[in-house]
Write a protein that binds this ligand. Structure first.
Ligand SMILES: [Zn+2]
Length: 221
């Protein structure tokens, strides 16, 4: 991944970058910053550059209950975060029974929007929502990712449905004769699939016999 340069000494509000830190789990660059109040804190470079983080948190403390300072309250990411909290924490929410009501929690860390953003990264677009990998697990790092609705449906099905148990094996001469005589007596819609289940082979195998593409040496009188 290309690392965007955030040089030591750069100022973002009250914060001054004083060094590099290890990237977070999502591979995003993190920086050690010193706030004008004297506190040192590790902050995601992206949050510095887009103006979300402008202090160690002291600005927010000085402005309790004031307007959000992260500047993202209209973003898809913020909307997802707010809805997640409502589903789990507001008994009046229409979907509360499927979330908070059955014990799904938002972890302590994610009660703060900036932490949620740092762990999840930005929501790619409104087409994406938070997918809990374990549907009975909580909203917490390691159990969540951004996914589209169709990705989530696919993953759910994969978790539930096992591969169909089709044994692919060759037909015996007798079975081929059976198929061919069925055909000469007239066959109904869905015959191939039905016969395939009966014989434990794929429908393609039966269709190939019917079309006389395979087992051509066998003839029925
Ligand atoms: Zn500070």
């Amino acid at each position: 991944m290309k690392r965007i340069n955030t040089p030591v000494g750069t100022r973002f509000g009250r914060l001054v970058v004083i060094g590099d830190a290890a990237s977070n789990k999502a591979g995003q660059g993190m920086f050690v910053c010193r706030c004008d109040c004297g506190t040192e804190k590790i902050i995601m470079g992206r949050l510095l550059r887009n103006g979300v983080s402008r202090s160690c948190g002291c600005l927010l403390k000085e402005n309790p209950g004031g307007a959000p300072t992260h500047g993202m309250s209209r973003s898809p990411t913020y909307s997802s975060w707010a809805k997640m909290k409502n589903r789990c924490l507001s008994p009046g929410h229409h979907a509360y029974a499927s979330y908070g009501g059955r014990g799904i929690r938002v972890c302590e860390r994610w009660m703060v929007f900036e932490n949620f953003l740092a762990d999840m990264g930005e929501r790619p677009s409104f087409d994406f929502s938070i997918d809990r990998i374990d549907n009975n697990g909580n909203y917490e790092p390691g159990n969540c990712r951004w996914a589209t609705r169709s990705e989530q449906q696919r993953n759910k099905r994969k978790r539930i449905r096992k591969a169909p148990n089709i044994t692919r094996r060759a037909l015996t001469d007798a079975q081929v004769i059976e198929i061919l005589s069925d055909v000469s007596n007239g066959r109904h819609y869905g015959y191939a699939a039905e016969k395939a289940r009966e014989l434990g082979v794929s429908a393609e195998t039966v269709r190939a016999v019917v079309a006389r593409k395979t087992w051509r040496h066998i003839r029925v009188a």
